[in-house]
Design a protein around this ligand. Sequence first.
Ligand code: NDP
Length: 275
Amino acid sequence: MTDRYAVFGNPVSHSKSPRIHALFARQTGEDMSYEALLAPTDGFVAAARAFASAGGRGANVTVPFKEEAWRLADRRSPRAEVAGAVNTLEFGPDGIFGDNTDGAGLVRDLKSNLGCDVAGRRVLLLGAGGAARGVVLPLLLEGPEELFIANRSAEKAARLAVEFARLPGCALPVKPQGGGFGELAGASYDLIINATSAGLQDARLPLPLGIFAAGSLAYEMLYGRDTPFMAQARAVGARVADGLGMLVEQAAEAFFVWRGKRPETGPVIAALRQP
Ligand code: NDP
């Protein structure tokens, strides 16, 4: 029987995940279906449980349900545990397993698709919301020279940095720092990752001149639109990438959790970039 998977979100009709997983399934010969399911904002848990009871094998979870998915899981991977958010659920006889593949997706996109190693680089992470939270540990584990988290609400970034600097049982090679955009004056970074949602509102981030070091990569987690952050970076000659590769890589990581197979992501990214 065909194994059923889904992505839950609200809204969800725009999601590219059904197309991505259909391409993965075709490529690997897996007998599975994958659909986008709209859950009411106050009805995610009921919807996910109903899907599992009807034979669903697993699900992705997107905005705004990742924290609820974390609470729903009976067991969590260490990376989901520290992220405080789950984007991948697996329904099995031992209950619900929760994972977070966003950070692994970002790191794989940076390293494998964009040829940008994090090790030894000065890294600036913009934003302190769910997406930023999910990528802090995977970035730190790569061994950057430094990681600064800057956010509009400065205290949120400072709190996030302290939390990850004090992670129990984890001897990290570098401790992150955090604060407001005002603290960036005079600094420059090799890799700047925009994990804010400012681009959705076409809002320009207050980044000081000189923040993009020579040869730096500006990574915008949003995809499907050109944002003021990308324009700011391009104007000073930085290399620019959007988050489509991260989206496909986090999906590949979820596919691996469910099916134990790693699909080839390059052709899928190329297919999604076709107009
Ligand atoms: P959240 O709502 O959790 O966080 C939003 C963040 O953006 C906060 O840090 C907020 O700052 C900041 N922000 C919002 N508006 C502005 C603004 N005008 N100026 C400066 N900062 C602003 O969202 P998520 O963390 O879940 O998502 C962030 C982005 O990442 C989204 O655009 C999302 O689409 C993208 N994303 C991409 C993925 C991919 O696979 N490519 C995966 C996950 C997310 P404050 O705290 O001050 O409010």
